[in-house]
Each structure stands twice: as structure tokens, then as C-alpha cells.
Design a protein around this ligand. Structure first.
Ligand code: HSE
Length: 403
């Protein structure tokens, strides 16, 4: 018998409990031994819920029970979650989590404790919800040098952009709808400002490149400034606006950023709608691969955490492999990154646009008067900034092109 404990009986915690109960038979068959949840930790009571049989209110009950060999953290945040996870690892227990904030902030330290104890700290559900991207990076793409990861890593913002595109709504209106559907939190900042996607791309880049990418150094823009006029321009360009988290390695360095991009129909991310996530990976031998699926939500996330529990149960006394080391990955200045930019300007003559940015086709849409949109030639972001500064406040907005 292998015993696990779940910390937190909220959306994800109750989902893990449900997955392990619903699929108990097949999981036991696959493992060749019984896997059971011995405790669920939560401060609340859940009268009438099957969790009552295993509900505890004191973390020390779990910590001091030598029979508990796996702890699944589903509390969220980086306060008590960090304290409990660290204590569990130090006590020689294996830990898994869906908490991207915890992994991005303390992943290096927690993985080192796990390694020193010959135990595992797994976090499949922290990026891409139910999509098995971390296992793919750790175990499947081990013969490749991964040099690019670009993805839609936040379901809430993808849903919002898709709704703006299909229904022509304003950002504020679609945010309310996303909140009503339970996709966006009451405080939607982490999603709409790109912080959630930023932490996820930092985690994936650290795993893929084997060095620590600090999320605090990742250039991040959210979707709060996207308007229906931007969507109309995107349609005219035959593109869609998507919040992409992207990183690319060149030699010993990489760049990583989160920002809205105009994605063309030749790109596999173009077709990713609704709350889905997708992660595009390029390997030097593999070429292109894309991982697509449910990136958030109770059962998809719980499915990934439960898979970590099962994986650990099969390897209780070893440290499962991951190339992520504590060595810091130097990040390229974002100003040095080359791209093309879609720019909207108001009150600027076409001669002036061409004098500053060079030859370009000017685009207009019915929705807005007295302005042009245009796509620049490839240039470094720093050069774009200098050119845009020459037009000052007459630049209405800029969105990056995904080539
Ligand atoms: N809020 C996230 C999303 C899910 O919308 O993708 C949790 O990582």
C-alpha cells in the first residue's frame, strides 16, 4: 500500500481526490499496488462529502505519519504552501504540486532538497494544466536540444481574446463574462497582466534549457490594452491576437517574453481557441512539435497532479530526473530581440511613416478614422523603440508579429 496526502480541498485538491477515487482500480492495476489517500488537509469542514473520512486540520498529522510517502500540494500561493512543501521534503516525503507560483519562486530550492533526500518534487500541472508537457521535456525530448518554446499558457486570456474576436466585445465586458464562467479570478491581475504565463514560460524554459530562468527577468505584457480596433486590424491582416509566452535559446543565452502577438494562419497556435492551451516546441533534431489540450480547470489539472502521484508511487525512493539546475540562465536584453511590429499611428502623414520606418503598406479599417496601421521590416526591439519615439504620442499602439 502507498499512502498519499492532499493539501487543500479547493478546486484542484477536490479534483485530485476525485481522480484517484474514480480511477482507483486502473491506477492500482498499473502500479501493481494499492494507492490510497490517507489524509486531506483543509481548515474547513465538508459535511456529507466523502472527504470527511480522511479530512484533517493539522499539517503535523501528515508530516509525522511515516506511512505518508507522497504529498500533493493544492493550496495555491507561496505562503503556507511553501512552508508545508519544504517541511514535507525535508521529512523525506515526495511532493507534487500544480502551483506555478511556488515552482517559479522556489522550484530550484525545493528540487535541491528533494534530490538531497533522494525523493522527487514534481509539478506537471503547473504549466499547461492537463497537457503532459513537463514529462515530455524531462523524459521524451532527452535526445534533442530544445531551442524554442512558444505557447498559449493561459486559458483565461485565450478565452477572452477569442471572445473579443468572435463577438466583437470590449475587454471589460469579456472579462466580466470570463469571471462569471469561473475562468477568471475575482482579482484577474495574474492572468490578464501576463504574470501567470510569465511564471509558466520561466518554468518550461528552465526545464528545457537546464538552467534557472528567473521569471522576474522575463519581459511581460498582458492583454489589458487590446481593443476591438486591434482585433479588426488583426482580421484585416488575416491574423489573430494571442497572448504568447515565448522563449528561444541561442548558444548559452536565451530570451523569454510574454506579450500579445499577431499570429498568422500558418502558425499552429493560430487555431487555438477558447480556454485551450498549446505549447509549440522546436528541437534541433525533432523539428516542430505541438502539445495541445485543456490548460486549466479542475479535472484536467487534477489529472496531471494525479499522474505525478502515480509516477512517484512507482519510484518512491528515487529522485525522478529533471535537467533543471540552479545555474542561472542569462537572459538577452529584450531590446536586442529582432521581430516585426504592427504599429497604429494617428495624425501622421504616410511620408513621415515611411521616412521613419522605411517602405511599408498602410492599412486602414472602417472602425477608426484618421489613423493607419502598418507592419515594420524586421528590426531589433530597441530600434523599433527609437523610431517610435520619433513619432511620440502619435503612436496609438504596437503589437508584435509572430513570424
Ligand atoms: N489561471 C490559469 C489559466 C490557470 O487561466 O490558465 C491556472 O494556472
Amino acid at each position: 500500500m502507498v499512502y498519499a496526502a492532499i493539501l487543500g480541498y479547493g478546486t484542484v485538491g477536490s479534483g485530485i481526490f476525485e481522480v484517484l477515487r474514480t480511477n482507483q482500480k486502473i491506477i492500482d492495476q498499473r502500479l501493481g499496488k494499492a494507492l490510497r489517500v490517507k489524509y486531506v488537509l483543509d481548515l474547513r469542514e465538508f459535511p456529507g462529502d466523502p472527504v470527511e473520512e480522511v479530512l484533517v486540520h493539522d499539517f503535523d498529522t501528515i508530516l509525522s505519519d511515516p506511512e505518508v510517502e507522497i504529498v500533493a500540494e493544492a493550496m495555491g500561493g507561496i505562503g503556507a504552501a511553501y512552508t508545508f512543501v519544504k517541511k514535507a521534503l525535508e521529512a523525506g516525503k515526495n511532493v507534487c504540486t500544480s502551483n506555478e507560483a511556488l515552482v517559479a519562486e522556489y522550484g530550484v530550492e525545493l528540487m535541491e532538497i528533494a534530490r538531497s533526500k533522494n525523493r522527487s518534487f514534481l509539478f506537471e500541472a503547473s504549466c499547461g494544466g492537463g497537457i503532459p508537457i513537463i514529462r515530455a521535456l524531462n523524459e521524451s525530448l532527452t535526445a534533442d536540444v530544445v531551442d524554442e518554446i512558444s505557447g498559449i499558457l493561459n486559458g483565461t486570456t485565450n478565452y477572452m481574446l477569442w471572445k473579443m474576436e468572435t463577438e466583437g466585445c470590449e475587454f471589460a465586458e469579456v472579462l466580466k463574462e470570463a469571471q462569471a464562467k469561473g475562468y477568471a479570478e475575482a482579482d484577474p491581475t495574474a492572468d490578464v497582466e501576463g504574470h501567470d504565463a510569465c511564471r509558466k514560460i520561466a518554468i518550461l524554459s528552465s526545464l528545457a534549457y537546464g538552467k534557472f530562468v528567473n521569471y522576474k527577468e522575463v519581459y511581460t505584457e498582458g492583454i489589458t490594452k487590446i481593443t476591438p480596433a486591434d482585433i479588426a486590424y488583426a482580421k484585416k491582416l488575416g491574423r489573430k491576437i494571442r497572448l504568447l509566452a515565448t522563449s528561444r535559446r541561442t548558444g548559452d543565452t536565451c530570451y523569454a517574453m510574454v506579450s500579445p502577438f499577431l499570429v498568422g494562419d500558418g502558425n499552429p497556435l493560430y487555431g487555438v481557441n477558447d480556454v485551450f492551451n498549446a505549447i509549440f516546441v522546436h528541437g534541433n533534431m525533432l523539428g516542430d512539435a505541438m502539445f495541445y489540450g485543456s490548460g486549466a480547470g479542475k479535472l484536467p489539472t487534477a489529472s496531471a497532479v494525479s499522474a505525478d502521484i502515480v509516477e512517484i508511487a512507482a519510484h518512491l525512493h528515487e529522485s525522478l530526473r529533471s535537467d533543471w539546475t540552479s545555474e542561472k540562465m542569462p537572459l538577452q536584453e529584450i531590446d536586442q530581440v529582432t521581430g516585426r511590429f504592427f504599429v497604429r499611428v494617428k495624425g501622421v502623414s504616410d511620408e513621415e511613416i515611411r521616412a521613419v520606418f522605411g517602405p511599408t503598406d498602410l492599412i486602414t479599417i472602417e472602425e477608426v478614422e484618421d489613423e493607419y496601421g502598418f507592419v515594420t521590416m524586421p528590426m531589433k526591439q530597441g530600434d523599433y523603440k527609437n523610431k517610435a519615439a520619433m513619432l511620440g504620442s502619435r503612436v496609438v499602439s504596437m503589437i508584435r508579429m509572430k513570424d
